[in-house]
Design a protein around this ligand. Structure first.
Ligand code: SF4
Length: 368
């Protein structure tokens, strides 16, 4: 029988296990502290636990973190970490240290069923949900990476913008967020944990009631017909329905709700599109992140040119809507969501020689 992963145990489950093992319930909290505060996944090192109990912990639970398959370091100091799960699937997270924060972009699923047309993960379909432990493991791995690089900081900000639609894996994501926000464990501020969704309306409502996290919406168009074409979720939950739930959402940050808007040349980047966006945002406390489309294999969509982007941005800011242009960090290492994992999956489907030739071609192209 496979053993339950230690990071998948809730605090109450740990307490019950401790009592059933003949020790005090509070030790259950300390076990989670070892993992989350000290990055320690070896129960034999738990110095406040008896030797007999350490051995029992070691035997009863799985303490392995996902393996690190590849780390791609970008010229902008971010790094993409490709992880291999216990069942040999690939998922990824992106570590983005900057002067005053360390942001980690985490995945919540292997693949994604939402099928947004501009997204590489969407093309993979959904393989499976990640467990709460597999989500939390990404933070432990990132904190260890920081230490290895001589950076004594820890991850300060989490964004659920990696692979997957977090609200399609609701229970595991909510459970993981609770551990992130708990000051005894990862202790992250509620302003600094952001769940980004394509618009699963009933789940947005629930999320607001259960955990005080910040919300980001992948919007990309404020036109019902166009958005339904780009993001199939819009056929189920229209923009009108989405707006209704957002008006009720308990916002956690000064700037309110963040809207992600990928700027795609000739698709959603005209002034009439900006007008529709302003109309949609009316009555909401909002910030819009304008993100130039990150081209990837299998699509002919490209980023809006900078001049057009500035006009779009000015239209929003003239109407008091903050609209910073955000370039995806780590573009040189395929840091947009799903790019590396899907590349790796494709590689595994090819003969090693084909992969080696493709990698050499990429390397030569970078040298030019
Ligand atoms: S943009 Fe987000 S929700 Fe849409 S397919 Fe990609 S990962 Fe899924």
């Amino acid at each position: 029988m496979s053993r339950i992963h230690a990071l998948n145990m809730s605090e109450s489950a740990w307490k019950e296990w401790c009592v059933a093992s003949g020790t005090k319930a509070f030790l259950g909290t300390q076990i989670i502290e070892w993992m989350t505060r000290k990055n320690c996944m070896d129960p034999m090192q738990f110095s406040n636990v008896s030797q007999a109990l350490r051995s029992k912990l070691n035997e009863d639970f799985d303490w392995n973190l996902p393996g690190i398959d590849t780390v791609l370091e970008s010229g902008d100091a971010s790094e993409k970490i490709l992880l291999k799960t216990h069942d040999n699937l690939f998922t990824e997270c992106v570590l983005m240290p900057s002067e005053n924060r360390v942001t980690l972009c985490v995945s919540s699923q292997v693949g994604c069923r939402m099928a947004c047309t501009f997204c590489q993960t969407g093309k993979m379909g959904l393989t499976r949900d990640l467990s709460r432990g597999e989500i939390l493991a990404q933070i432990i791995i990132a904190n260890r990476r920081l230490l290895e690089k001589g950076d004594d900081r820890r991850v300060t900000n989490i964004v659920f913008m990696g692979m997957g639609e977090p609200l399609d894996n609701f229970d595991e994501v909510v459970a993981a967020c609770s551990v992130m926000l708990d000051e005894r464990f990862f202790g992250l501020s509620k302003h600094r944990v952001t769940v980004s969704t394509s618009g699963l309306v009933p789940a947005i409502e629930e999320l607001g009631k259960l955990v005080p996290v910040s919300l980001a919406i992948s919007l990309h168009s404020a036109d019902e017909v166009q958005r339904s074409g780009m993001m199939p979720i819009n056929r189920k939950h229209s923009l009108a329905e989405l707006k209704e739930v957002l008006l009720r959402y308990p916002v956690q940050t000064r700037h309110g709700i963040t809207f992600e808007y990928v700027m795609i040349n000739g698709v959603n980047d005209s002034i009439p599109h900006a007008k529709k966006l302003v109309k949609f945002l009316h009555g909401l406390k909002a910030k819009v992140n304008l993100i130039p489309m990150n081209p990837h294999p299998g699509t002919d969509m490209v980023a809006t040119d900078p001049e057009r982007m500035r006009e779009f941005q000015k239209y929003l800011t003239d109407r008091s809507i903050p609209a910073p242009v955000r370039y995806s960090r780590g573009q040189d290492v395929s840091a947009a969501c799903g790019q590396l994992a899907s590349k790796r999956r494709e590689e595994l489907n090819h003969a090693p020689r084909t992969v080696a030739l493709a990698r050499r071609k990429e390397w030569l192209a970078q040298k030019v």
